[in-house]
Write a protein that binds this ligand. Structure first.
Ligand code: ADP
Ligand code: MG
Length: 246
């Protein structure tokens, strides 16, 4: 019996350690002189929280856009859960993104004249027009602590609350991977920490997170970190004692 439990735990760990994203030698050339990515290879494991740091212009956003299927590399492969997304056509890639990825940006990108609930419903609306989007969106807003603000439009919400609406929108389709590009870049430090607390909770529930930041305090969060310089990964480390919660 004890052995069986050990085996089960081992199998569980093996699944948790499975790479969900495998990047091989990705190059992104914007023009003859601009190589935004210069041959990047890395793995992201299921349940990891990968933090990407590096100076402005080092290729962080470009790398995230490649990982998240928002743009295509010039060469190299990007395998997400067994699928090389560089080989998908536009329609397949759009479907793949919608079903598996959620995005959070520095500028919250909310529609100003729609309520929190309607904003959170948007992603789902595009996924399946017949689905009961309202319930899912309301649940996602509750998850981010905004169950009491469903009817507010962005102008009636604080910056931190607007970012929570954006996170709720990212969560509505129940993505396996959340991509966050400078999610606290437009927030004060205290509010930024609250958003990190929320991401920590989502990561603890098993969601894989890929996050960009240039804020040292924010970079404390996550289980792994890579540093980019001139379109290359120059340093990579796993945190000994990951700071995942507050
Ligand atoms: N659409 C684009 N067209 C041309 N050059 C771009 C484009 N996007 C980014 N770049 C260039 O690629 C490099 C990396 O940019 P980016 O990935 O945005 O860096 P970071 O997010 O680390 O600040 C920069 O030199 C930038 O000017
Ligand atoms: Mg950037």
């Amino acid at each position: 019996m004890k052995k069986a439990i050990e085996w089960a735990n081992e199998a569980k760990r093996a699944v948790e350690q499975r790479p969900i994203i495998t990047v091989h030698d990705v190059v992104k050339k914007y023009s003859e002189s601009v190589f935004a990515l210069n041959g990047v290879s890395l793995n992201v494991k299921k349940g990891d929280w990968l933090t990407i740091v590096g100076p402005s212009g080092s290729g962080k956003t470009t790398l995230m856009n490649m990982l998240g299927g928002l743009d295509r590399p010039t060469s190299g492969s990007l395998v997400v859960d067994g699928t090389d997304i560089t080989k998908l056509n536009e329609q397949e890639l759009t479907k793949f993104r919608r079903e598996r990825f959620g995005y959070i940006f520095q500028q919250f990108h909310l529609v100003p004249y729609l309520s929190a609930l309607e904003n959170a419903m948007l992603a789902q609306y595009f996924k399946n027009k017949k689905s009961n989007g309202q319930d899912n969106a309301a649940k996602a807003l509750e998850t981010v602590g905004l169950g009491h603000r469903l009817g507010h439009v962005p102008g009636q919400l604080s910056g931190g609350e607007q970012q929570r609406v954006a996170i709720a929108r990212a969560l509505v389709n129940k993505p396996e991977i959340l991509f966050a590009d400078e999610p606290t870049g437009n927030l004060d430090q205290k509010t930024g920490m609250e958003i990190m607390g929320l991401l920590a909770k989502l990561n603890a529930e098993g969601r894989t997170i890929v996050m960009i930041t240039h804020d040292e305090k924010i970079a404390q969060f996550g289980s792994r970190m890579i540093k980019m310089v001139d379109g290359k990964v120059v340093k990579e480390w796993r945190k000994v004692s990951p700071l995942r919660g507050l």
